[in-house]
Design a protein around this ligand. Sequence first.
Ligand code: F6R
Length: 364
Amino acid sequence: EKAGYEHFMMKEIHEQPKVVGDTINSVVKENFIDLTDIGLSEEDIKKISQMYIVACGSAYHVGIAAQYVIEDLAKIPVRVELGSEFRYRKPLLDKNGLVVVISQSGETADSLAALREAKEKGVRTLGIVNVVGSSIAREADSVFYTLAGPEIAVATTKAYSTQLVATYALAIQFAKVREEISEERYVELIREIKTLPEKIEKILKDKERIQWFASKQVNAHDVFFVGRGIDYAICMEGSLKMKEISYIHSEAYAAGELKHGTISLIEDDILVVGVLTQSELYEKTISNMLECKSRGAYLMGLTTFGRYDIEDTVDFTVYIPKTDPLFATSLAVIPLQLLGYYISVAKGLDVDKPRNLAKSVTVE
Ligand code: F6R
């Protein structure tokens, strides 16, 4: 069942090129995107005044990354909310808004309640769901099915990655229909999204390097993931993987926010992982990392091939292939999944079934 892998999580990490490709191919055709099966017409798309993305856990982190991509391309204001907060906040929803609920299982109680809340208010809903026929899939007005296949490991990897590319496809097509991007940019984005599976595959080939690094981190007790913009969204997911399967306390911080308090926690040998995929934010994040280094932190940097000057600053570097900066999350998350995985294995923990967690959270 584990197809020769030691754990479901590793098997699922390796399925990512395939399932990300399948999810892309379900809507991205030769040189255009077709959302008609999902039930979103051009008219529907033109009408959207505001988007609300509601989800929990890793799916919420997808929402944070998607917010940057959708606002950048489609110029639709996006608000991202935790399912457990949205429903009790008495949200003010625009009647031409679109509420997008992202959920692998389609059964997460808080996400489902948020969907019902939106429907009750007469606002259109779209589910990005993996499990066919699940509650959220049944109740949403439209459904974008991610094609991750069954995910067994409690910590999500492949479902997360398919959710991300689903949001990219929406962003690109919304931008096109609303005439926010040129035909050239549209074709370029479509070409680029199709290269993501092979780039993920390339990162997986280098996994031993992460395994080696992980073996040195088994005694870590605090890890800080720092980044700006989309890189901050990646940090949130990297940090959750670290906590949930390696049982190491970690935090994701917007790099510029460190100096507003948290930097007092940085001391000798604390691991700080900087994510630097956005070139216009690179120097800013580097300077925040240097502030950590001068307080004794050990630095890991995650950046794109070509940015070799990072080695002047950090102690250990992981490079990912170049892509459009808007799609960087899909690549940068892979080494962070591997890092959490390998530390967990090195500590002898139950990777696929971490303590206190269930695959689908059907209680509030
Ligand atoms: C973390 C993880 C959880 C889920 C969250 C939402 O690895 O798997 O944070 O992302 O419980 O679950 P779904 O997507 O089923 O609504």
